[in-house]
Design a protein around this ligand. Structure first.
Ligand code: 5GP
Ligand code: ZN
Length: 118
């Protein structure tokens, strides 16, 4: 496999590269999972592809295996913290709250959650 693409200006590329510290909870072939710096639930982990892509559909287009690994890693990290039930959120675009433009799944668990989301 070729070296994944990275963006030296991107916060999550820098976390994947180990240049910025984060509490990493899982590392896979194509993904890295680390705790969100501002947790919104008892478990709030971000699962990111190692390769820089701007949002979830772009990752699915570029590397379907990485997209699948994100979903499987979400279950792995939730279970590791004692949660069978969890929520995965992909914010796709600034208009719905995306602030970091490197694909990331929010994995949230450990408290009741309302629907629809805010
Ligand atoms: P978005 O709003 O793009 O869907 O989510 C970005 C997430 O990244 C936010 O939940 C925010 O708290 C988290 N975040 C921003 N900066 C950092 C950081 O430096 N380290 C970690 N671990 N999380 C961060
Ligand atoms: Zn990136």
């Amino acid at each position: 496999m070729s070296t994944p693409s990275t963006d030296p200006e991107c916060l999550f590329c820098r976390i994947v590269a180990g240049e910025i510290p984060a509490e990493i909870v899982h590392e896979g072939e194509r993904t890295v999972a680390f705790r969100d710096i501002a947790p919104q639930a008892p478990t709030h982990v971000l699962v990111v592809p190692r390769a820089h892509t701007p949002n979830a559909p772009a990752t699915a287009e570029d590397d379907a295996a990485a997209f699948a690994e994100i979903a499987l890693t979400a279950r792995t990290v939730a279970r590791a913290e004692g949660h069978e039930d969890f929520r995965i959120v992909f914010n796709c675009g600034a208009g719905v709250g995306q602030t970091v433009f490197h694909t990331h799944a929010h994995v949230l668990a450990g408290r009741p959650m309302g629907w629809p989301p805010g």
